[in-house]
Design a protein around this ligand. Structure first.
Ligand SMILES: [Zn+2]
Length: 405
């Protein structure tokens, strides 16, 4: 039996007073997701273990049945995989931003959302300067990859977006263990040297002339080594494909041995190509057993604390993606398990991720429905799947374990 998992990043929420106590999922018109809940089996899933950070990488690893305690090695290695950057086992990979530091303070984590072209020029020049001690690879806008061969992961780095307005000197990298002292020292040296090199770079002179913020420092964070992950095929014997606009999710799929399918117009925002993703998922089911479709939009709306936008994103996911996949499966006579879920809540009241358990619905025509009528945080509580954790969700989807009725 084939399977498709549709994940709306950050869709889950909490009771909202403006909605008479309903959540956005309850208030939104979602006949397709409700149908999956009604015909299928429902429950809650603890996607973020108590001792792990409330990030999408951790949550999506859990959804795919991987233990984030073992497999989560930071954003750097995931984004590196998505960009096709080769990593050796002893390479330390970090996400590196080009940032703007002004009067010693962290002014902008994105150097004013610098263009990819300008940033690539900076990264290229700085890479040439630092090789072979460090390697730098350009990504999109302010988001790049830094590799330190032989670097030790036992360090604490500060994500620049969490420390805007703070003293850059106070945010420098610290070692957690004595074996990592040299790594921290070298990375701090790189930051200091980059400030000298970038401060006078022609790209930044031009940016200043145009009234834009200069990208005058590198800022490495989220360090890790390549995770040793068994592929989906090795673990479950199924060939998987993943569809996402987000590098973090694509990288995770690469390590899970899935084919990453690019969809034109997939932006990671509200204007994403929902129909294109649905059609790509249906096509992928032709030669894959498992397809994972990730949609970022609702999470972004949650971060922006925009309730109406979040509801619109949920309704778009429902009518333009989920419904289209259900229709396509029927038309193409593909028999597949269909599951829908978020990865974690991103409550609009809060504007950030939380670790509350998420609602899941799994429709497998071979198994009886459990009487749940709708897909939302409240309805899922009475589902037969109960409270799941670890790899219980993905095993349910893949039919790898029967639950007790
Ligand atoms: Zn997420």
């Amino acid at each position: 039996m084939k399977a498709v998992v549709i994940l709306g990043d950050g869709m889950a929420d909490v009771s909202v007073p403006e909605l008479d106590g309903k959540t956005p999922l309850m208030a939104a018109h979602t006949p397709a997701m409700d149908r999956i809940a009604k015909l299928g089996r429902n429950g809650l899933f603890r996607s973020i273990p108590d001792d792990m950070p409330t990030g999408s990488a951790v949550a999506n690893l859990s959804v795919l049945g991987y233990d984030p305690h073992i497999c989560f090695q930071g954003r750097g290695v995931l984004e590196a995989a998505s960009l096709g950057i080769p990593l050796e086992a002893d390479d330390l990979a970090l996400r590196v931003n080009v940032v703007c530091i002004e009067n010693g303070l962290m002014k902008s984590h994105s150097a004013g959302h610098i263009s990819s072209e300008e940033a690539a020029e900076l990264i290229h020049d700085i890479d040439r300067h630092f090789r072979p001690e460090f390697r730098l690879y350009p990504g999109l806008s302010y988001r790049h990859i830094l590799v330190l061969p032989g670097g030790h992961p036992g360090i604490t780095c500060m994500p620049p977006h969490d420390h805007l307005g703070e003293s850059a000197d106070a945010l420098m990298i610290r070692s957690d263990v004595k074996e990592a002292a040299d790594t921290a020292e070298r990375l701090n040296g790189l930051i200091r040297e980059s400030r000298k090199l970038l401060g006078t770079h022609p790209v930044n002179r031009k940016r200043r002339d145009e009234g834009k913020l200069p990208a005058n420092s590198l800022w490495p964070w989220s360090p890790g080594r390549k995770p040793a992950m068994a592929t989906f095929q090795e673990r479950f014997g199924v060939r998987g494909a993943a569809i996402s606009a987000v590098d973090l999710i694509k990288g995770l799929a690469v390590y899970a041995g899935m084919d990453v399918i690019s969809v034109k117009g997939a932006t990671g925002l509200y204007d994403t190509n929902y129909e294109g993703k649905a059609d790509a998922a249906l096509d992928a089911l032709g030669d894959h057993d498992f397809v994972f479709v990730h949609v970022e939009a609702a999470d972004e709306a949650g971060h922006e604390k925009d309730l109406n936008l979040k509801i619109r994103c949920i309704e778009d996911i429902d009518s333009r993606l989920v419904q289209r996949i259900l229709d396509g499966l029927a038309r193409r006579h593909i028999e597949a398990v269909v599951a829908v879920l978020p990865d974690h809540p991103t409550p609009v009241s809060h504007g950030a991720h939380t670790r509350d358990p998420i609602p899941v619905a799994v429709w497998n025509t071979g198994e009886p429905a459990d009487g749940v009528e709708a897909f939302d945080e409240e309805s899922a509580k009475s589902g037969i799947l109960g409270m799941m954790q670890g790899d219980e969700f993905i095993r349910q989807v893949l039919g790898k374990n029967k639950i007790k009725d």
